[in-house]
Design a binder for this molecule. Structure first.
Ligand SMILES: Cc1cc2nc3c(=O)[nH]c(=O)nc-3n(C[C@H](O)[C@H](O)[C@H](O)COP(=O)(O)O)c2cc1C
Length: 498
C-alpha cells in the first residue's frame, strides 16, 4: 500500500522553514477570506490597536530583518530613517522588478500570497507616516499582476486599505506601476525614475530614497520578500524571528534552486543552513550522477563557490567572506560538464544587454569584458588578456555609477580565482576541460561504437557527415561547424568530442 507522506517529512521540505512562503500553495491567493482564515490582516489590526508607529519600527529593528532584495540593509533602520523625515507626502514602494536570470522568488510570493505584501506595506505606511503605496512590477509577470490587482481590490473592499483603514483613521492606498522588464530598473533609484515616467537610469546616492525618493518625497523602498516577513514578525514577536538564523542574519531566506540538482524549485531555509544541506539534502544532490563543480549565489552580482565552500553556513557575511554574496536568492548549481569561463561569459552577456549605458565604465567595460571572455572560449586569447581582464574588472568595479556595474565583474573575478586552471587550459592548451566551448572541440566518430544509424548525418546542418546505412560514418573536419548536433542525437556514444 502506498503511504502518503506529509510535506514536512519529504526530503525537499524537511530542512525548510516557511515564513515568507507560509501561505504559498496553502491558500487560494485570489480568495481574501482564505488569507484572513490564516491570520491574514491580524498583524495590521494588532498594529493599529496596540502599537504606536515607533513601536512598530522598534519591533522590526529588534527582529533583525535585513533587506532581501540583495543589499541586506536593516529594514527597521530604513523605516526609522523614512519616519524621521518631515513631509506632508511620503511613499512606500514595493520592489517587484526581479530580473536576475533564474530568479523567481518574488514573483512566486506575489502569485501565491499577494495579501501578505499588501498587509506589510500598509503596516510600513502606518509606521513611517506614508499614505501611498506603489508596487513596481515587471509587465512580464501577468499572473502576479492579475492576483495583485484582485487582492488590492478585495483589500480595499474589505476596508483594510483605502480611506480610514480598518476604521482606524489612517488612510493608505496602493497602486501598481508596471515596468517594461529591465534588470537595472530593479536598482532603487532607476526604479523611481522609471515610475516617474523617465528613462530607467540610476542616479547618484546620496540622496537616498528615504530623503528624496519618488517625486522628491521621502520614500521607503523594500523588496517583496522583505515585506512578506513583516506580518509574521508582528504576530509572533521580534524575538521569535531573531531566534532563527545566525548572529547577524536573522530569519529565513528564499532561494530559487536551479541548475544541475535533482530537485529544483523554490525553497525557504533558515539562515545558517549550509550550502551542502541545500544542495544535497533539499536539492537531492547532483542530477545524472555527475560530480558537483560549483554553485553561483547572488546572480549576476555574485560569485561562484566550490566544493571547499560547501560547509559554509549561509548568511550575508559568510557568503561575502568566501567570495560571493547572498543577493536576492538565485542559486545555480553546476556540474562537471559546465565550463566556468563560458559561465562567466553568460553573465557578462546578460549585463552587456542590461547595462543602461548611462555611465561609461559599465557601458563600455562590460562590453570589453564580454569580448575578452569570448576570445578565451574561442581559443584566441593570450595570457596577457588575463591581466587586462583583471585591470578592467577593477576599473568597472570602482567607477561605475550603480550596483549593476559595481558588481558586474564579480562572476569573472570569482571564476578566475577559483578556476584559474580552467582559464589557462583554454588559453595555453586550446582546450575546454568541460567540453563545452565548441570552438575548442574536435568532433570525430568512434568507429567501434558507430552502428551506421544515420541519425548524426541527418542532424548535421552542414552535411559534414558521410556514410551509408549500417556503415561507419565519418566527419569531414573542414565542413564541421562544431554545433554539437551530432553529439546530441547519437544514441550509441559514437561521437567523440575532445
Ligand atoms: C542592478 C540592480 C538590480 C536590482 N534589482 C532588484 C530587484 O529586482 N528587486 C529588489 O528588491 N531589489 C533589487 N535591487 C536592490 C534595490 O536597489 C534595493 O536595494 C532594494 O529594493 C531595497 O529593498 P530591501 O532593503 O528590502 O532589500 C537591485 C539593485 C541593483 C544594483
Amino acid at each position: 500500500m502506498d503511504v502518503v507522506t506529509s510535506l514536512n517529512n519529504m526530503t525537499f521540505y524537511k530542512k525548510q522553514r516557511r515564513i515568507a512562503l507560509r501561505n504559498c500553495g496553502v491558500i487560494d491567493p485570489e480568495n481574501i477570506d482564505e488569507y484572513i482564515a490564516f491570520d491574514g490582516y491580524k498583524a495590521l489590526a494588532t498594529v493599529f490597536e496596540q502599537l504606536s508607529p515607533d513601536q512598530v519600527i522598534d519591533n522590526v529593528k529588534q527582529s533583525g530583518l535585513r533587506g532581501r532584495g540583495g543589499g541586506g540593509f536593516p529594514t527597521g533602520r530604513k523605516w526609522e530613517l523614512a519616519s524621521a523625515k518631515q513631509s506632508d507626502i511620503k511613499y512606500v514602494i514595493c520592489n517587484a522588478d526581479e530580473g536576475d536570470p533564474g530568479a523567481f522568488m518574488d514573483r512566486s510570493i506575489l502569485e501565491g500570497d499577494p495579501h501578505s505584501v499588501i498587509e506589510a506595506m500598509t503596516i510600513c505606511g502606518y509606521a513611517i507616516g506614508a499614505n501611498e503605496g506603489k508596487i513596481y512590477i515587471r509587465a512580464e509577470y501577468p499572473l502576479a499582476i492579475h492576483r495583485l490587482e484582485r487582492a488590492i481590490a478585495d483589500a480595499r473592499e474589505y476596508g483594510f486599505i483605502g480611506k480610514n483603514c480598518n476604521g482606524n483613521g489612517f488612510d493608505f492606498d496602493i497602486e501598481i506601476k508596471y515596468g517594461a522588464g529591465s534588470f537595472v530598473c530593479g536598482e532603487e533609484t532607476a526604479l523611481i525614475r522609471s515610475m516617474e515616467g523617465e528613462r530607467g537610469e540610476p542616479t547618484m546616492r546620496p540622496p537616498y530614497p528615504a530623503d528624496e525618493g519618488y517625486w522628491g518625497k521621502p520614500t521607503n523602498v523594500n523588496n517583496v520578500e522583505t515585506f512578506a516577513n513583516i506580518p509574521s514578525i508582528i504576530l509572533n514577536g521580534a524575538k521569535w524571528f531573531a531566534d532563527i538564523g545566525t548572529d547577524k542574519s536573522k530569519g529565513t531566506k528564499v532561494f530559487s534552486l536551479a541548475g544541475k540538482v535533482n530537485n529544483v524549485g523554490l525553497i525557504e531555509v533558515p539562515m545558517g543552513i549550509t550550502l551542502r544541506e541545500v544542495i544535497y539534502d533539499i536539492g537531492g544532490g547532483i542530477a545524472g550522477g555527475k560530480a558537483f563543480k560549483a554553485v553561483q549565489t547572488g546572480g549576476p552580482s555574485g560569485g561562484c563557490l566550490t566544493a571547499d565552500d560547501l560547509n559554509t553556513p549561509i548568511d550575508y557575511e559568510n557568503l561575502l567572506a568566501v567570495g560571493s554574496m547572498m543577493g536576492s536568492g538565485g542559486m545555480i548549481v553546476m556540474d562537471e560538464s559546465d565550463c566556468m569561463v563560458d559561465f562567466a561569459k553568460f553573465y557578462m552577456e546578460f549585463l552587456v544587454e542590461e547595462s543602461c549605458g548611462k555611465c561609461t565604465p559599465c557601458r563600455e567595460g562590460t562590453k570589453r569584458l564580454h569580448e575578452l571572455l569570448a576570445k578565451i572560449t574561442q581559443g584566441e586569447a593570450a595570457l596577457k588578456d588575463l591581466q587586462t581582464i583583471r585591470q578592467l574588472c577593477e576599473v568597472v568595479k570602482d567607477s561605475s555609477l550603480c550596483g549593476l556595474g559595481q558588481t558586474a565583474p564579480n562572476p569573472v573575478l570569482s571564476t578566475m580565482t577559483k578556476f584559474s586552471k580552467e582559464y589557462l587550459a583554454h588559453i595555453t592548451d586550446h582546450k575546454c576541460p568541460a567540453g563545452k566551448c565548441t570552438a575548442l572541440l574536435r568532433f570525430s566518430v568512434d568507429e567501434g561504437n558507430c552502428t551506421g544509424c544515420t541519425l548524426c548525418k541527418k542532424a548535421c546542418p552542414t552535411q559534414a557527415i558521410t556514410g551509408e546505412v549500417k556503415q561507419v560514418h565519418y566527419i569531414e573536419q573542414s565542413k564541421c561547424i562544431r554545433c554539437d548536433a551530432c553529439y546530441k542525437v547519437c544514441k550509441f556514444d559514437a561521437i567523440i568530442k575532445k
